[in-house]
Design a binder for this molecule. Structure first.
Ligand code: ADP
Length: 311
């Protein structure tokens, strides 16, 4: 018996003969926040629907805390809280009324409903909104209600599909903080197409592109890919690319506008000092030299581009 709260095993989903999700496998442990990242149409929602038992896989299986979703759907689903991209809210109800309905739907025993509603409200910062009609709440508070219904039955796994879409920056910040907090009690999966969101909220990230996983690792590993072995050098009298390439350890040099040059160097090389010495000796007019970070967007493009070239 392992400790995984979620096991996705070789999940594939066909739509009209086309693979929307192709052979996706991963696991999730208790207390982890996993970011499921990918461009629109990559297969995120389709995967979420299979994980939550709302869509049957064409191939493969899902286990929630060791329980097979196909063999024992009721038991497996009871361990999941799910907020789909389209919030399942009854806007004509008050927060208390709606969460009471949600608790019943999630089969919370009648003696425990009141307490469950109070805990979920407190967790999601909704205590002062109990008697408000949901339709009169701001977008951000409606999203909190959506998250509250997903945790009302204290599930093992909380799955949130694009939880910050359509919110303003302050609401986004608050919802992200809430998701981070949920990570201490539950296993959480969020799907998103927003890179910084993953960086801020998740411990681990999976990047999906055209139905296939192209990256699965700790967020730190993704961040490290940004640093790379690159320097950005600013000079008033920049040398030719060939002259720069003569410096030991430099493997590539690219002249940019405004006297800037980007150089790449070998894994074990530290060419900064030699560059400064050459700049002084040859009057290159050096005015800046700094590590050149790849943006997360570029890392993402590289990962998804590599996948494209395989087709
Ligand atoms: P994402 O959530 O990453 O935006 P989806 O999982 O919604 O992506 O979609 C993955 C692919 O499957 C897309 O090409 C989409 O057009 C297709 N797709 C999704 N749902 C259906 C459906 N019900 N019928 C046919 N194709 C679908």
């Amino acid at each position: 018996m392992n400790n995984f709260t979620v096991e996705a095993i070789e999940l594939t989903r066909l739509y009209g003969g086309r693979e929307a999700v192709s052979n996706v496998s991963f696991t999730l442990s208790k207390g982890e926040v996993l970011g499921f990242l990918g461009p629109n149409g990559a297969g995120k929602s389709t995967t979420m629907k299979m994980l939550t038992g709302n869509l049957a896989p064409s191939n493969g299986s899902v286990k929630i805390c060791g329980i097979d979703m196909m063999e024992n759907p009721k038991e497996a689903k009871a361990l999941i809280g799910y907020l789909p991209e389209m919030r399942p809210l009854y806007k004509e109800l008050t927060v208390d009324e709606y969460l009471t309905v949600a608790a019943r739907l999630h089969r919370v025993s009648s003696g425990n409903i009141k307490k469950a509603v109070e805990i979920a409200k407190e967790r999601c910062g909704l205590g002062h909104m109990s008697k408000r009609l949901i339709e009169n709440l701001s977008n951000g508070y409606q999203q909190r209600v959506g998250i509250a219904q997903a945790i009302i039955h204290s599930p093992m796994v909380v799955i949130l599909d694009e939880p910050t879409v359509g919110l303003d920056p302050i609401q986004i910040r608050d919802i992200r903080a809430l998701i981070r907090e949920l990570g201490s009690d539950y296993s959480v999966i969020i799907s998103t197409h927003i890179l910084p969101e993953v960086e801020m909220v998740c411990d681990r990230v999976q990047i999906i592109d055209k139905g296939k996983l192209v990256f699965n690792g700790a967020i730190d590993v993704l961040k490290k890919q940004r640093v790379g072995n690159k320097l950005l050098i600013g000079m008033h009298n920049p040398p030719s690319v060939d002259a720069m390439l003569k410096i030991a350890g430099i493997t590539e040099a690219e002249a940019l506008a405004g006297g800037l040059m980007r150089v790449r160097f070998a894994e074990d090389a530290t060419p900064a000092e030699a560059i400064v010495q050459a700049a002084v000796k040859n009057n290159w007019g050096l005015h800046q030299i700094a590590p050149d970070q790849t943006s997360l967007e570029d890392v993402f493009m590289q990962l998804t581009y590599q996948e494209q070239t395989e087709f």
